[in-house]
Design a protein around this ligand. Structure first.
Ligand code: NAP
Ligand code: ZN
Ligand code: ZN
Length: 357
């Protein structure tokens, strides 16, 4: 059938066609709006470093990139159409989409609200397929998305939505482990890397009541770190700066996107402390057993969050007036934004203005 016969939705997006290619306008279709679906007119899409890793096929061993690639899993916009059976959204509502758009809904993890770990494999927002395992998914660097209402998030916001988009990945990725490790008053939390994830981590950990130290390679970010809510700022280029902090942290959240040594941070944990990795550098890390044994330490990972927890995070951020610090860009700036993000020159999230593209 032709797109016209199926009422498929025509979409204008921005794609890259190979590891080295530049982004260019790309037209494609999404499925017809079904009974349980909503159509979202996208207003803003954040640029997550995961978009960059995948555009450049840096995770080729674990998650190879299927080109053409339309990245974008920090999506916010307005509902412009609802299917007949939709109950959660009305036309005009603000809605968000994060890193996945569907899952099997039947396995233990889906039933437990951890759809990102669907045992049959979640349908990722881009560089994946729908649950039919055939229809390719394209992300939010585009003007429309069709999604089942149960996989879209409700957003409470007035006015400008640009600072909301990054909550859909950077927000939940930091909120989930901070909450799981019971960060709160009296706890010393370290955050490694002050980029998109790191700056959301500071804001959220601050709202949870923790004492926060930022570990950064960029001395120029100190004033921003303090303004965002950090209590201390440590420049990691000189490893000597870490020595006085040995054995003092309850939790350290590592958001770094590039290869680096995690052992120096394990040394900073106190007895029973936990280091949680959320950054995904291209190469594996080596950890000596001694780094964990001395101090009963935990080395852990965390992947985004399920739909219930993502909604909880959005509500938490609305309650605490937390949004992302953003630099709003036009689509023709995506390449430059990628280059600047790789150089750690992002303050603190690039967000594409899709509404006025
Ligand atoms: P980002 O905005 O680029 O921030 C990363 C920060 O890491 C940089 O701003 C920089 O902070 C620091 N950094 C960069 N290169 C470094 C190096 N060579 N050595 C030490 N520090 C360095 O990236 P992001 O969007 O926050 O994403 C961070 C990572 O998390 C990426 O790998 C991404 O794929 C991953 N991620 C994971 C999940 C998940 O669910 N687990 C979700 C989203 C993203 P300073 O200037 O302060 O040093
Ligand atoms: Zn992301
Ligand atoms: Zn499942």
């Amino acid at each position: 059938m032709t797109p016209a016969e199926t009422k498929a939705v025509a979409v204008k997006g921005y794609a890259t066609h190979s590891e080295e290619a530049k982004f260019a306008p790309f037209e494609f279709t999404r499925r017809e709006v079904g009974a349980h679906d909503i159509l979202i007119d996208i207003e803003y899409a954040g640029i997550c470093h995961s978009d960059i890793h995948q555009a450049k096929n840096e995770w080729k061993d674990a998650m190879p990139t299927n080109y053409p690639l339309v990245p974008g899993h920090e999506i916010v916009g307005r509902v412009s159409q609802v299917g007949d059976a939709v109950t959660k959204f009305e036309v005009g509502d603000i809605a968000g989409i994060g890193c996945f758009i569907d899952s099997c809904r039947e396995c233990a993890n889906c039933k437990n609200g951890q759809e990102q770990f669907c045992l049959k494999g979640s349908a990722f927002t881009y560089n994946g397929t729908e649950m039919d395992r055939v229809t390719k998914t394209y992300g939010g660097y585009a003007d429309k998305y069709v999604i089942d209402e149960n996989y879209a998030l409700k957003v409470k916001a007035d006015g400008d939505l640009s600072g909301i988009a990054p909550l859909l990945c950077a927000g939940i990725t930091t909120y989930s482990p901070l909450k799981r490790f019971k960060v709160g008053p009296g706890q010393k939390v370290g955050i490694v890397g002050l980029g998109g994830l790191g700056h959301m981590g500071v804001k959220i950990a601050k709202a949870m009541g923790a004492e926060i130290t930022i570990f950064s390679t960029s001395p120029s970010k100190e004033a921003d770190a303090k303004a965002l809510g950090a209590d201390h700022f440590v420049v990691t280029r000189d490893p000597e700066n870490l020595v006085p902090l040995t054995g003092t942290f309850n939790m350290i959240l590592d958001t770094v996107s590039a290869d680096h040594d995690v052992n120096q941070y394990l040394n900073l944990l106190g007895v029973g402390g936990a280091m949680v990795v959320v950054g995904v550098p291209p190469s594996p890390n080596q950890i000596h057993a001694m780094s964990l044994i001395f101090g009963n330490k935990t080395f852990s990972g965390s992947l985004i969050g399920g739909i219930p927890e993502t909604q909880e995070m959005l509500d938490f951020c609305a309650e605490h007036n937390i949004t992302s610090e953003v630099e709003v860009i036009k689509p023709d700036y995506i390449e430059t934004a990628y280059d600047r993000t790789i150089k750690a020159d992002v303050r603190y999230r690039f967000v594409i203005d899709i509404k006025n593209a």
